[in-house]
Design a protein around this ligand. Sequence first.
Ligand code: TXE
Length: 480
Amino acid sequence: MERILNLIDGRLQPPAGDAWLDVHAPATGTVHAHLPDSDAADVQAAVDAAMHAFPGWVALGREGRSRVILRLAELIERDLERFAEAESLDNGKPVHLAREVDIPRAVANFRFFATAILHFASEAHLMDDIAVNYTDRQPIGVVGCISPWNLPLYLFTWKIAPALAAGNTVVAKPSEVTPYTAYLMSRLCEEAGMPPGVLNIVHGTGPRVGAAITAHPDIHAISFTGGTRTGQEIARTAAPMFKKLSLELGGKNPVLIFDDCDFEAMLRTTVRSSFRNQGQICLCGSRILIQRGIYDRFRDAFVERVKALKVGDPKDPASDLGAVVSEPHMEKVLSYVDLAREEGGTVLCGGERVRLDGELADGWFISPTVIEGLGPACRTNQEEIFGPVVTLMPFDTEEEALAMANSTPYGLASVLWTQDVKRAHRLARQLQAGIVWVNCWMVRDLRTPFGGMKSSGVGREGGFEALRFFTEAKNVCVRL
Ligand code: TXE
């Protein structure tokens, strides 16, 4: 059985305590690897290495760092197929999705920030003849990056790429549920010319490794993506230590469909925004609000398309949905379907575990699920389910749709379908969300600010926002 190792000070190594955890393949429910159950001692070794490496990494300059990061991107791209298969094995997602989205995006994250840093300029403020101020943005030092299981390498690199480009050294923890591609990447760091200690990857659980990173006094910034409750816990520890915090948390994203929309484009995209990656993307639209005049037409056409989706072997190019990430997660998602029924909802399709044949018989598959008949205030419509489950709700007026859209504690993304330009701009301004997509979904420009409001998080990732987060701004005022 393959053993995943930590990367500390440029060396792949077992955890100090020699304790190990199982890594499961969601499609079969079997153990496919073992993972370090690291603890605070491993985090300490990683922090020591990162502190030691920091001055040299800064001294390499932005062009030197950029070259190393670009080389790492090239090596991941060279091994793309291996990475895509590993991501699918670990996470349960279709291989074609990992090949087309996850791994290319990880490569793009490195390329984007390796080149963004070359264009990252700071401000100067002239005070007539009195003085000149300039902003010196220096790397912070050692930073912590903690990432989740839904888009494993994609979100891991979304954090470490800007952290490294900006000149920090990193102690990172991928999700213990999906550690495999981060490990494959750590095996390429030496070949990429990454100096030892610049990037350290410590595997293990949230309460042991994640908490030790969050609480470590020599880690001065934490970038986290994951559940809202975990985000609260991290903030509780890090805030009194005055660490910089970037928290990208959950969502309960509304999709607002008006009767003047391009129906076919909306339908096609709404199937994707509901069930892509088994609905396990923080940006998926899980509450679909439809103007009453087209409610029946939408419901019938949508359910027909959803029933035609294939839940199947992640290796099969024809599979639209693979397995959800873990057994507890499958149970959590299915418990929400039970809750929806208790709350008076009608399950129009799906709502069950799917049993496939052969070695996939014990895999964690769920049929894509559409529910109607629930009001906006019930738990099913307020809490993040994070699986292949969506609800349909009718509305009459724009005001009603807006009130429903904004009625949850979350505020990550919103999707708006209308041909009325004025309405699109009007609503985009009023929707409580960090991201608003009009007549599209998941169209991503890496330069744009990315993140949520309310319980969906604090701070913005992406573009120069991320480089600002991973640097400390100092104003230097020079008397003229
Ligand atoms: O995530 P966790 P979980 C949502 C989704 C899901 C729920 C819980 O609703 O059902 O969160 O998922 C690390 N200190 N999202 O429990 O635990 C953990 O090891 C420091 C939305 O699997 O938040 C992992 O590396 N770190 C989301 C990372 O946090 C800790 C993506 C995320 O795991 C820690 C995933 C601690 N005390 C889940 N406890 C999104 N925003 O995209 C855990 N971790």
